[in-house]
Write a protein that binds this ligand. Structure first.
Ligand code: SAM
Ligand code: SF4
Length: 336
C-alpha cells in the first residue's frame, strides 16, 4: 500500500480512525464500567508517554489514518494531557482530534485544550436527574458535568456530543429529557446500548440491565413525537441519526446489540499500555510498545508495520447476543 492511502482490512473496510486510550484510571465508577473495589491500575511506567503517543500518531498518519480520539479511563486525569494534545495536533495530516470525557474537570481544562488543538468533545452524561447521575455514574454530581459541558461549548469544542448509556432500573425513563435537549440546542444526544466487557460484575450488570434502542426510541417518540431520519451521515458513523420536528440538534442511537455496525467499522484502538486492540468486543491485540521502546533506528517504520498488520488482522462480528465479548479487558481498559 502507498503511504497516505487509507488502509483496507481483510473485509475491505477503510480503517482511518484511531482511538487512543491514555490512562485506565477514572474519577468515577459508572455501574456498567468500573467496580467500586478490587481494581488494579497500570503502573505509570507502563503508560505510553506523550512522545510515544505522538510517534504512533505519526506512523498512523503515514499509513492513511486521519481521525484521532483520546479516551480512557478518564483522559483528563493525565496531568500531561495538554502536551499529548499539542503533540498530536501539530502532526501534519491529522484531520480531527476529539476527546471522550465525563467532563468533570473540563471547567478548568476546556479553554487550554482548545488552544492546544483539540477539535471537539463527546461528554458522557447518563441523565439530567441529579439523583440518577449520583446512582449510575458513582462519584459525579450532575452540576459538575453540566458546568463542564458549558465550559466545552464556551471554548468552541463543538458540536457538543452527549453519550448516555441506557441502563434498566437506572436511567431508562430519563432518555426523554435528554432527547428534549436537542429541541433548543444544536447538540448531538446519543443513546448507547449496554455491552458486557471483561467478564466481571460490570459485565454481568450490562447483560441484566440491557435496554434495546428500539425501546428507547419508542419511549422518546411516545413523549416527543416522531423522529425524522437524517440523511448524509458518514457510512462509518456508528450512530443512526434523527431529529425532532423543529429541533436544532441530533438524536443518535448506537446499537451494537440490536443493530450491529461491524460491517462499517473504521476504527483501530490503542490501549494506554501500548497494544493495538483490534476490535472493542474481542481480546486480540498486537503489542507496539516494545517497538516504540526499542533503540532501533527504523522504530517508526516498525510501528507503521505493526499497525498495518493490526488492520489486516482486524476481525468482524461479535457474540453480544450470547452475552460474550472480551475476557481480558474491561471498557475502562480499552476506552469504548
Ligand atoms: N471516561 C470517559 C467517558 O466516560 O466518556 C471515557 C472512557 S468511557 C470507557 C467511554 C465510553 O464508554 C463512555 O461513553 C461510556 O458511556 C461507555 N461505556 C462504558 N461502559 C459501557 C458499557 N458497559 N456498555 C456500553 N458503553 C459503555
Ligand atoms: Fe469512568 Fe468513563 Fe468508565 Fe464512567 S464510563 S467509569 S466515566 S471510564
Amino acid at each position: 500500500m502507498e503511504a497516505n492511502q487509507m488502509p483496507l482490512d481483510s473485509f475491505n473496510r477503510e480503517i482511518d480512525y484511531l482511538r487512543i486510550s491514555v490512562i485506565d484510571r477514572c474519577n468515577l465508577r459508572c455501574v456498567y464500567c468500573m467496580p467500586l473495589n478490587g481494581i488494579r491500575f497500570l503502573p505509570k511506567a507502563e503508560l505510553l508517554t506523550p512522545a510515544e503517543i505522538e510517534a504512533v500518531v505519526r506512523a498512523a498518519v503515514s499509513v492513511g489514518f486521519r481521525k484521532f480520539r483520546l479516551t480512557g479511563g478518564e483522559p483528563t486525569l493525565r496531568l500531561d494531557l495538554l502536551e499529548i494534545v499539542e503533540r498530536i495536533a501539530r502532526v501534519p495530516g491529522v484531520g480531527e482530534l476529539a476527546l471522550t470525557t465525563n467532563a468533570i474537570l473540563m471547567r478548568e481544562l476546556a479553554g487550554s485544550l482548545k488552544a492546544a488543538g483539540l477539535s471537539r468533545v463527546n461528554v458522557h452524561l447518563d441523565s439530567l436527574n441529579p439523583v440518577t447521575v449520583d446512582r449510575q455514574m458513582r462519584g459525579a454530581t450532575f452540576a459538575q458535568i453540566w458546568q463542564g459541558i458549558e465550559a466545552c461549548e464556551a471554548a468552541g469544542l463543538t458540536p457538543i456530543k452527549i453519550n448516555a448509556v441506557v441502563t434498566a432500573g437506572y436511567n431508562e425513563a430519563d432518555v426523554v429529557e435528554l432527547a428534549r435537549l436537542t429541541l433548543a440546542r444544536d447538540w448531538h444526544v446519543r443513546f448507547i446500548e449496554l455491552m458486557p466487557l471483561g467478564g466481571g460484575e460490570c459485565a454481568t450488570l450490562s447483560v441484566k440491565r440491557y435496554v434495546s434502542n428500539i425501546e428507547t426510541r419508542r419511549r422518546i417518540e411516545a413523549a416527543l413525537g416522531p423522529l425524522i431520519a437524517l440523511e448524509g451521515a458518514s457510512s462509518s458513523d456508528e450512530a443512526r441519526n434523527f431529529s425532532l420536528a423543529g429541533g436544532r440538534g441530533v438524536i443518535g442511537f448506537i446499537s451494537p446489540v440490536s443493530e450491529p455496525y461491524c460491517g462499517s467499522c473504521n476504527r483501530m484502538r490503542l490501549t494506554a499500555d501500548g497494544k493495538f486492540h483490534l476490535c472493542l468486543l474481542n481480546d486480540d491485540e498486537l503489542d507496539v510498545r516494545r517497538a516504540l521502546r526499542s533503540a532501533r533506528e527504523d522504530g517508526l517504520d516498525e510501528v507503521a508495520r505493526i499497525l498495518l498488520r493490526a488492520v489486516e488482522l482486524k476481525p468482524t462480528g461479535h457474540h453480544l447476543l450470547n452475552g460474550r465479548s472480551t475476557r481480558e479487558r474491561s471498557m475502562y481498559q480499552i476506552g469504548g
